[in-house]
Ligand binder design. Structure first.
Ligand SMILES: [Zn+2]
Length: 496
């Protein structure tokens, strides 16, 4: 049974898909105006973990992710310039070039982190007609009004507006007013109202603008996610049209915790006003990546990229390991020291796996009789199914490794080990962890080195230790290490 924390109810609940064994999952994608930094990527890693945990539990997952290539303004609340157009001006490129470039970069980052690709990725600019159609429906039902800078959503028309934040409409308005971050245009009826369609500023030619029944302009950021999730997951889109009354609540909607007060709150308003059904059963939110207590972000000027990790000779998967050491709802503290710790741990696991592969040549038991593996498998599953408790799951993995290594030291019990069963169990853990255990293979050893190892063995049998040691050095020069084990000499490649 999988328990997940639901931001909407503010408690852990048993997860069950709305329909069958199929999970419809929506993840808010990147705004492609800059490099996706480690803080952004932490969110995608946690969402990938969620997806893997669902698959681990036997569900089929259909994940949709939007790519915001227009409409995300500098302020989340409809003011300031479009982030992409601003970047285009700065980099002297077109907005489309900017979006393409950073989208490709984002995809490559997902790949490096071994993140399973969403079944559908949807560019915001490729769905303009859909937004217009949907806004028309909102207009027909009286949820919109006209201002000089766009078509706005009237949030006072929804009785539970803001429910995701746990605040009433009144409190939310009061708090927004107190936080002077948001300008309150006099044409807005309520401070919480937001743009569905923004008009292009007069006398300014925008690169990204489209005709609409209300005037030339571009979509608001929230309508993009609302419409894309409805179109691909809501089972209410046919022949180019939305049928909100047919909508089927989506299983999970994901994003960073910063999306709760504005972006997700407004998506809910747009969808639920017409469908009269909950937009999603579960709201899954990931906490920030922090550097000594400040959030990592582009606006904070402290954003690090995967390349910064690689420059410091760490592997991207060490960052993935690091992200698993903290629960996704807690801030993840990043430092190069902690990354180094993660890298060392990961290497140790890889070495252990390589060890299993080697030892299974000598210990051919199908079952591990030295101790029961069931307990580890059950503990791991329990940890993951308890709202993705990865720190706990990792400790199960480490306990397994140390138990195995301990038994290995016991001459009487060693023959009861099954390296192959332990290896298989680790592979099953990795379906959730995503640390690419499968890529670990025994190194191919050159024939030349193989015969040197044999020669060294002969010398050892003749107790010619000095000569044997000389061979060890020669083998080292060829890039390999020899270690004498109870199963004979084991050869490993020296890591560059
Ligand atoms: Zn979104």
């Amino acid at each position: 049974m999988l328990y997940l924390y639901n931001s909407l109810s503010r408690k852990k609940e048993i997860f069950k898909p709305v329909k069958d064994k199929r999970v419809r999952m929506y993840t808010c994608g990147p705004t492609v105006y800059a490099y996706a930094h480690l803080g952004n990527l932490r969110t995608y890693l946690a969402e990938d973990l969620l997806k893997r945990a669902l698959i681990f539990n036997g569900y089929q997952v259909k994940q949709v992710m939007n790519i915001t290539d227009v409409g995300h303004l500098v302020s989340d609340a409809d003011s300031g310039e479009d982030k992409i157009e601003l970047a285009a001006k700065k980099e002297k490129k077109t907005s489309f070039e900017i979006a393409d470039f950073y989208t490709e970069y984002f995809f490559s980052a997902l790949k490096k982190l071994n993140i399973i690709f969403p079944e559908i990725t949807a560019k915001a600019t490729e769905h303009i007609k859909d937004y217009i159609n949907y806004i028309k429906l909102l207009e027909e039902k009286g949820f919109t009004y006209f201002t000089s800078d766009g078509i706005y959503f009237d949030t006072s028309k929804l009785k539970d507006y803001g429910k995701l934040t746990g605040q009433s409409f009144k409190d939310l308005s009061k708090n927004l007013k107190a936080g002077a971050r948001i300008e309150f245009s006099s044409e807005k009826k309520n401070i919480t109202d937001f743009a569905l369609w923004k008009f292009s500023p007069q006398n300014v030619k925008r690169e990204m603008e489209w005709d609409s029944p209300w005037g030339k302009g571009f979509p608001g950021w929230h309508i993009e996610c609302a419409v894309i999730s409805l179109k691909y997951l809501g089972n209410c889109f046919q022949n180019g049209k939305f049928y909100p009354e047919k909508f089927e609540t989506i299983d999970i909607h994901c994003g960073g915790i910063d999306h709760i007060p504005i972006h997700h709150t407004n998506e809910i308003a747009e969808v639920e006003s017409l469908t009269k059904k909950p937009m999603a059963r579960f709201w899954f939110h990931v906490n920030f990546l922090v550097l000594k207590e400040t959030r990592m972000g582009k606006s904070e000027g402290n954003a690090l990229l995967i390349e910064d990790i690689e420059k410091n000779t760490f592997s991207p998967l060490a960052f993935r390991y690091l992200s698993l050491t903290t629960h996704y709802r807690m801030p993840l503290e990043f430092s190069f020291e902690s990354l180094k710790g993660a890298e060392n741990s990961l290497r140790e696991i890889y070495n252990f796996i390589e060890n299993c592969l080697w030892e299974k040549k000598f210990l051919k038991n199908k079952q591990n009789k030295a101790f029961s593996l069931k307990k580890y498998s059950k503990d791991f599953e329990e940890a993951i199914n308890n709202d993705l408790n990865t720190p706990q799951a990792l400790s199960v993995l480490w306990n397994l490794i140390s138990r195995y290594n301990k038994v290995k030291k016991d001459q009487k019990k060693i023959s009861q080990l099954s390296p192959s069963a332990v290896y298989q169990l680790l592979l099953s853990f990795d379906k959730v962890l995503g640390l690419d255990f499968k890529k670990i293979k025994l190194p191919k050893i050159k024939k030349e080195v193989q015969s040197m190892v044999k020669e060294r063995e002969n010398l050892r049998k003749q107790k010619k230790w000095q000569a044997a040691d000389n061979y060890r050095e020669k083998i080292k020069e060829k890039g390999y290490l020899v270690e004498d084990t109870i199963f004979g000499p084991r050869v490993t490649k020296i890591n560059e």
